[in-house]
Design a protein around this ligand. Structure first.
Ligand SMILES: Nc1ncnc2c1ncn2[C@@H]1O[C@H](COP(=O)(O)OP(=O)(O)OP(=O)(O)O)[C@@H](O)[C@H]1O
Ligand SMILES: [Mg+2]
Length: 475
């Protein structure tokens, strides 16, 4: 049996791992660590929650320590790019934890916070820089960052980083890196056309480590689908929360406003909940996540900004209030539960107009998800009627309008249409394209980072997805 010591990792790393309570490498760690230590390029694919972070962070720290040199001024020795700020913070925390006692400097750079401290931190150079692309490009443009001496380049959530919303800034950043470098790309999903794009950035003949076929869901997640009318999703959600086993629940919605509405609805029925999405301030985002992690809230309602990489202990359930447009997102969302060998449940509420999304998800994940039909359910109908009489739903009011700021130009969309019960319905035209008003593509979710102009959702015909249409607007 492989253990961390037999992989030849430096002593301080072994002590840090013992302190973390890791006794045995996971399969991706056992396979990728020797290759990375050897200086190889690695494309690593393994299921959610199976320790990909340590699979790259441990051998990177080992290599940096084995060949010590001062970090280049305004630059870094190792650059890690992440799609969201929260994930960047988490990756940096992992580097700090694993590298404790090694004297490595680790810094994060992302949008939504002041430039000054980042500029000062970069000035002297850092060993490991973890960044989201938008803010890093700002620093490059301002000549605050110079990546020309970077030795190791990591893309976590690599398929997301090479998909339309991010590929342009990633290429822009990669151009400023030296040609001779080690590249490490990791994810739980890697659609084949994105893997081709990855080849442009990797050295020839990279080592591919695939623990399971890409987009394999974790076996320990008990997955189910509930078919339900759109208008009854909220009462069904409330019913699900009657189950005391739903202790720490992540609820995914497709839109930012939807996340706010669902969180408010849960709070109204006495369930502690908050929402997290790209329209929240960085402080609000961090607070919501911290409180959820600390167990102060039973539910965190999120857009896809919380779908990838985020590691919260003991998430018991992932509820998809709406299915995602991109099938891979399903794998990442449900992967917020059942991490590091734990169990968990994933329940998806599927309306009739989401059946084709479900079909795509089942195809990509090569499984049939057990489904129950809760449509035309009398109990839910009564609950819906009762709820409407006690709490008639008001049209959603943008809080930013109240404080006179009114949001950003062009973002003040016409109010959502209301159905008979007063419940907001997504705009029809957009619905038809599976892209409701306020839909938050992940690249944009890093708010103030890159915002993709994606004309069509990618899930219909992948071969169209990699070409064109991936323009970015400035933050
Ligand atoms: N060898 C190990 N033994 C025990 N726990 C581990 C080990 N390696 C990692 N972990 C723990 O497993 C959890 C998941 O790790 P990590 O976040 O790196 O997963 P991941 O594969 O990157 O998942 P995702 O695809 O969702 O990003 C973390 O809490 C981490 O501390
Ligand atoms: Mg990860």
């Amino acid at each position: 049996m492989t253990d961390f010591a037999s992989l030849g990792l430096a002593k301080p790393l072994l002590s840090a791992l013992a302190a973390e309570g890791y006794t045995k490498p996971t399969p991706i760690q056992a396979q990728a660590i020797p290759l990375v230590m050897d200086g190889k390029d690695v494309l690593g694919i393994a299921q959610t929650g199976t320790g990909k972070t340590a699979a790259f962070a441990l051998p990177i720290l080992h290599r940096l320590a084995a060949n010590r040199r001062p970090a280049p001024r305004r630059g870094c020795r190792c650059l890690v790019l992440s799609p969201t700020r929260e994930l960047a913070t988490q990756i940096a925390e992992s580097f700090r934890a694993y590298g404790a006692g090694m004297g490595m400097t680790v810094q994060v750079v992302f949008g939504g916070v002041k430039y000054g401290p980042q500029v000062r931190a970069l000035a002297g150079g850092v060993d490991v820089l973890v960044a989201t692309p938008g803010r890093l490009i700002d620093h490059i443009n301002e000549k605050v960052a110079n990546l020309s001496e970077t030795e190791i380049f990591v893309l976590d959530e690599a398929d997301q980083m090479l998909d339309m919303g991010f590929v342009v800034p990633i290429r822009r950043i990669a151009k400023t890196l030296p040609r001779v470098r080690q590249n490490l790309f990791f994810s739980a999903t890697m659609p084949s056309e994105i893997e081709k794009l990855a080849a442009e950035l990797l050295n020839p003949n990279p080592s591919k480590v695939s623990v399971t076929p890409q987009a394999t869901t974790v076996e320990k997640i008990e997955q189910k689908v509930l078919f339900i009318e759109t208008a009854r999703k909220r009462v069904l959600l409330a019913e699900l929360f009657d189950d005391p086993a739903m202790k720490r629940v992540l609820v995914f919605t497709r839109t930012k406003r939807g996340a706010d509405r669902v969180a408010k609805g849960l709070t109204t029925i006495g369930i502690e909940a908050a929402s997290i999405h790209g329209d929240k301030s960085q402080g609000q985002r961090e607070r919501a996540l911290a409180e959820f992690k600390a167990g102060k809230m039973r539910a965190l309602v999120a857009t896809d900004i919380a779908a990838r990489g985020i590691d919260v202990d003991g998430v018991t359930h992932v509820i998809q209030f709406e299915l995602p447009n991109v099938p891979e997102a399903y794998v990442h969302r449900i992967g917020r539960t059942a991490r590091a060998g734990a169990g968990g449940a994933a329940i998806s509420l599927v309306a009739d107009d989401e059946r084709n999304l479900l079909r795509d998800i089942q195809k990509v994940t090569r499984q049939v998800i057990p489904a129950w039909d809760r449509r035309n359910d009398k109990v839910l109908a009564q609950a819906q009627a009762a709820m409407a009489s006690v709490e008639p739903e008001k049209p959603y009011k943008d809080p930013r309008a109240a404080n006179g700021r009114g949001g950003q130009p062009g973002r003040n969309k016409k109010p959502a249409a209301l159905d008979a019960s007063g419940k907001a319905q997504p705009d029809r035209g957009q619905r038809a394209r599976h892209r409701p008003a306020g839909y938050e593509p992940l690249a944009m979710a890093a708010a103030g980072e890159a915002a993709p102009k994606r004309k069509k959702p990618r899930n219909r015909n992948r071969s169209n997805s990699s070409g064109g249409g991936g323009g970015l607007s400035a933050s």
